[in-house]
Write a protein that binds this ligand. Structure first.
Ligand SMILES: Cc1cc2nc3c(=O)[nH]c(=O)nc-3n(C[C@H](O)[C@H](O)[C@H](O)COP(=O)(O)O)c2cc1C
Length: 483
C-alpha cells in the first residue's frame, strides 16, 4: 500500500479526521498526564494530545494513547483506518514477512536537513527541562522523557543501524539514562563500541511517526534496520540526516532528538519505573547515561509518550496485535503446517501468554508448534505460558481458551517445561540479585492426537443453525440487561 503520510503532524491530521483525537489543555506533568492517560487506556479512548502543560510553554506538547485502537493502529501501519481487532489481525497476517523481505529495497535516503533542525541546543545550551516530561506513575524514580522512543545505535563492524524502544529518565538538564536489557540489539551494539572505544553513540528519537515506536518496540530480525523496515511498511524510503555529532542517521522529520555518547563505567541511579508486566519490578539499578551533546527539535515539538503499567497500558494493544502477527509468521516460516490463529493477549503484556491454534495433522504437531511459539526470536524474551489449542477454539477469547485447557488437558502429561529461558529484570517473580532466567510452560490443550476421532463431541448446537435461530428470534436478544 502506498504511503499516506510521513511525519507525526500528518499522522495527527489523519487521526483527527477519523474522530479519534482529543486535546486536553492545562494538565500537570506531575502525575496528571499519566493519570488521565491511564483512564483513557482502560476506556479505550481517543489519542490524547496534551498542550499548555503546567509550567511549560504553550505548544510544547505530549501525545499518549497513540496506537490504542484498531483504527489508529491500522492507520499507523498504513493499512487504513477501516478496522476492528479481528480485521486488523487478519490483514496483518503475512505482512511482517513481506515487510522483512522488502526491507532491503528501502535503504534510507540521506538528505542535508529536515524539520527537526528547526531548533538546535548544543553543548552548554542543552536544557532538557524545556520539555514537559511527565512523572508518569507515583512511585517512578524520576521523569521519563523517553518512553515511546526510538533509540538509534550502530554496529561498529558492519554498520547496521538499529532502532530500539528503550526508556530514558531525566537526570538533569543535560543528562538522561539509557536502560537496554541484555540481549537486545541496541545493547549488543553498545557493548561492541565499549570494548573498542570505551564509549557508544546514541540518538534518542523522542517524538516521531508512531510507526517508528512500533517497529523499535517489537523484535525486527537481527541485522535488519528498522529504518529499512519502516520504508517497506510505508512503501517509500525514510529520509535521514547523518549526524555531525554521532555519525548516526537521524530521522529528518522527527519531533525531538537527543544525541550523545554513553561511556564505559559511567552509570547512575535509574528507576524504579512502572513496567509493562504491571509492577515496579526492577527497583533502582545502576544504568548507563548520556551526557547530551545536542538536542534537535521542531517548532512546537511533541513528545511521543508511551508509558507502560498494569495492562491495558499505552502500548499493550499495539504489542498484542503486532506480536500475534509476528509469531504467526515465525511459525509458518519455521515450517509448522496448519497454523490457524495466534494471539498474545494484553494481560500478558503481549509476551507472557501466547495462544496458538492449529489443525492437528500428525502426532507431535501440537508440541512442535508450542515449543517454537515459545522460543522463536519474536517470542523468546519474557515469554511464560504457551497454550496450543485446536482450530475450533477462538484464540482471542480467553474464556474459550481456558475451557480448552480445563477440558482437553491432563495436567500431569499435557504440560512441558523449559528451564533457564530468556527473562529480564522486568520479571516480577525474580528475586533481587537472581540471574534473569525464567521457566516456560507449554500447555498442549489440543485433543489427544491418538484418539482425536473418538474424543467426546462438543455439546453445542451447530453454529449455522444458531445463526438462523438468532435471526428468527432476534427480538429476544435485543433486550439489554444492566451490567
Ligand atoms: C514503548 C516501549 C518501551 C520499551 N522500553 C524498553 C526498555 O526500556 N528497555 C528494553 O530493553 N526494552 C524496552 N522495550 C522493548 C524493546 O523495545 C523490544 O524488545 C525491541 O524489540 C528491542 O529492539 P531490538 O529487538 O532491536 O533490540 C520497550 C518497548 C516499547 C514498545
Amino acid at each position: 500500500m502506498k504511503n499516506q503520510y510521513n511525519d507525526l503532524r500528518q499522522w495527527l491530521e489523519q487521526v483527527k479526521a477519523i474522530g479519534e483525537l482529543a486535546h486536553p489543555k492545562g494538565a500537570d506533568w506531575n502525575l496528571e498526564i499519566g493519570g488521565v492517560s491511564e483512564i483513557d487506556y482502560k476506556k479505550r479512548g481517543p489519542a490524547l494530545l496534551f498542550d499548555e502543560i503546567k509550567g511549560h510553554a504553550k505548544g510544547f506538547r505530549i501525545l499518549t494513547s497513540s496506537t490504542n485502537s484498531a483504527r489508529r493502529l491500522g492507520l499507523t501501519l498504513r493499512m487504513g483506518a477501516d478496522h476492528n481487532d479481528a480485521s486488523l489481525v487478519e490483514q496483518l497476517r503475512g505482512a511482517p514477512n513481506r515487510w522483512a523481505a522488502a526491507a532491503k529495497d528501502f535503504d534510507p535516503v540521506f538528505v542535508d536537513s529536515g524539520p527537526v533542525f528547526e531548533n538546535v541546543m548544543q553543548g552548554d545550551a542543552v536544557d532538557l527541562m524545556k520539555f514537559p516530561t511527565p512523572l508518569w506513575h507515583a512511585l517512578d524514580g524520576g521523569r521519563y522523557i523517553g518512553t515511546g522512543a526510538a533509540v538509534a545505535t550502530i554496529d561498529p563492524d558492519d554498520h547496521w543501524v538499529n532502532l530500539g524502544a528503550y526508556r530514558s529518565m531525566l537526570v538533569d538538564k543535560n543528562h538522561v539514562t539509557m536502560n537496554i536489557v541484555n540481549g537486545k540489539h541496541g545493547r549488543t551494539h553498545c557493548d561492541k563500541w565499549m570494548a573498542r572505544e570505551g564509549r557508544a553513540p546514541v540518538a534518542i528519537h523522542i517524538g516521531m511517526d508512531p510507526l517508528f515506536m512500533i517497529l523499535a518496540g517489537v523484535e525486527v530480525p537481527t541485522g535488519m534496520s528498522e529504518l529499512n523496515y519502516a520504508g517497506a511498511v510505508r512503501g517509500e524510503p525514510v529520509k535521514v540526516v547523518k549526524s555531525t555529532i554521532t555519525g548516526l542517521p537521524l530521522i529528518a522529520d522527527a519531533e525531538i532528538i537527543i544525541e550523545g555518547w554513553i561511556k564505559q563505567g559511567e552509570t547512575t541511579d535509574e528507576g524504579p519505573f512502572g513496567e509493562w508486566p504491571g509492577y515496579y519490578v526492577s527497583g533502582t539499578t545502576q544504568e548507563p547515561y548520556l551526557k547530551v551533546e545536542r538536542v534537535l527539535y521542531r517548532n512546537d515539538p511533541i513528545i511521543l509518550g508511551a508509558p507502560p503499567a498494569k495492562p491495558p497500558h499505552d502500548y499493550s494493544y499495539m504489542r498484542t496485535i503486532m506480536k500475534s502477527a509476528m509469531i504467526f509468521d515465525a511459525l509458518v516460516s519455521a515450517g509448522i503446517p496448519e497454523v490457524k490463529g495466534v494471539y498474545a493477549p494484553e494481560c500478558g503484556g503481549g509476551r507472557m501468554l501466547v495462544i496458538v491454534a492449529i489443525r492437528q495433522r500428525y502426532a507431535g504437531h501440537a508440541r512442535q508448534a508450542g515449543f517454537i511459539a515459545s522460543q522463536c526470536r519474536e517470542a523468546a524474551y519474557m515469554g511464560k505460558y504457551t497454550i496450543v489449542v485446536d482450530e475450533d477454539i477462538d484464540v482471542t477469547n480467553l474464556e474459550e481458551v481456558l475451557w480448552a485447557v480445563c477440558t482437553r488437558t491432563d495436567p500431569a502429561t499435557s504440560i512441558d517445561f523449559i528451564r533457564r529461558a530468556w527473562a529480564s529484570k522486568a520479571e516480577p517473580m525474580l528475586r533481587p540479585g537472581e540471574p534473569a532466567f525464567n521457566s516456560r510452560a507449554v500447555i498442549d490443550a489440543c485433543k489427544p492426537f491418538e484418539w482425536i476421532a473418538d474424543f467426546p463431541r462438543v455439546a453445542e448446537a451447530d453454529p449455522v443453525y444458531l445463526r438462523e435461530l438468532e435471526k428468527k428470534w432476534h427480538g429476544l436478544f435485543d433486550i439489554r440487561l444492566p451490567h
